[in-house]
Design a protein around this ligand. Structure first.
Ligand code: PMP
Length: 300
């Protein structure tokens, strides 16, 4: 990766190249860490972080699931995020806080040192910046909600996402799509999914997915636009009949889908409702829509 200036580690900003971990780091071996993905956008009033409080709240929720006792308050971590962006002199970036167990072997992490780090870097369109992306339904299913607390954003879960992503790319698709253990559409490896069906916006219920902060924002924006929204179980057959589809996520933002397996969605063009929602979302994140200013935390 391109070298930047500073990384925040356990309360201090350290030089990028010194942000190293030991080979016997518990989280490296067992996936026993929790993390967040957040974005900071350039606005007319300077850089602003989108839904910072909600992301840090989810980070602390995830940490509780792993019985991690973070020795900082949520507010201190929010401030540390802003401090890290400033230290790297970025106007726009992706933000990656991670909480992880340090060197200790054996599955029980009790007694391992706990670390918390925040890295930031410029990150453009996550899914390649194409007008629409091609999606392959994965042979792997989304993590069973009985196997772990899937509302937490735990490092280990992403082995499931990495496998699906490798599979999709090997077959020349841009991204994977998971079904849940019941065979209904769940989500992408790092994105939620929406469909347009007869002018209504449809998204899988939150039971078997990580119901993302972007998903929540899009549901609110759609409601405010007067678009009817429905959270339902969606079969893959029904999904393929949708007139429009798009992914949402912090990294992916609002990303139109042109194909699911070998079925074109909306002739692989960005649909009307998708572009309407995408446009408002872009106004919101760049501080150009006063109704949603409370979702932005400006760097002072
Ligand atoms: N699902 C999964 C599995 C994810 O990793 C993400 C990214 N955090 C999302 C959905 C989207 O969540 P958010 O909008 O909060 O980034």
């Amino acid at each position: 990766m391109e070298k930047l200036k500073k990384i925040w580690l356990n309360g201090h900003l350290i030089d990028w190249e010194n942000a190293q971990i030991h080979i016997l780091t518990h989280t490296l071996h067992y996936g026993s860490g929790v993390f967040e993905g957040i974005r900071c956008y350039k606005t007319a009033k300077g850089p602003a972080v989108f839904r910072l409080k909600d992301h840090i709240e989810r980070l602390f929720y995830s940490a509780v699931v792993l019985e991690m006792d973070i020795p900082f308050s949520q507010q201190q971590i929010e401030e540390a995020v802003l401090q890290t962006i400033k230290a790297n002199e970025l106007e726009e970036c992706y933000i990656r806080p991670i909480v992880f167990f340090g060197d200790k072997m054996g599955l029980n992490p009790k007694g391992a040192p706990l670390h918390i780090a925040i890295a930031v870097w410029p990150w453009g369109a996550y899914l390649g910046g194409k007008e629409t992306v091609d999606v392959k339904i994965s042979k792997y299913i989304r993590m069973h909600p009985g196997s772990a607390d899937i509302k937490a954003k735990m490092c280990g879960y992403y082995a499931n996402s990495v496998l699906a992503s490798l599979e999709a790319h090997k077959e020349n698709f841009d991204e994977a799509l998971f079904l849940d253990y019941e065979g209904f559409v769940a989500e992408g490896p790092g994105e939620n999914i929406f469909f347009v069906e007869q002018g209504k916006l449809l998204t899988p219920k939150s039971d078997n997915i990580l119901a993302g902060i972007t998903r929540n924002s899009i549901l609110k924006i759609a409601n405010d636009l007067g678009i009817e929204t429905k959270e339902e179980k969606i079969s893959p057959e029904r999904a393929k009949l949708a007139s429009e589809a798009f992914f949402t996520g912090t990294a992916a933002e609002v990303c139109p889908i042109g194909k699911i397996d070998d079925v074109l969605i909306g002739q692989a063009k960005v649909g009307e409702i998708t572009s309407q929602i995408k446009k408002v979302f872009e106004q919101v994140i760049t501080g150009n829509n006063d109704a949603y200013l409370s979702w932005l935390t400006f760097l002072k």
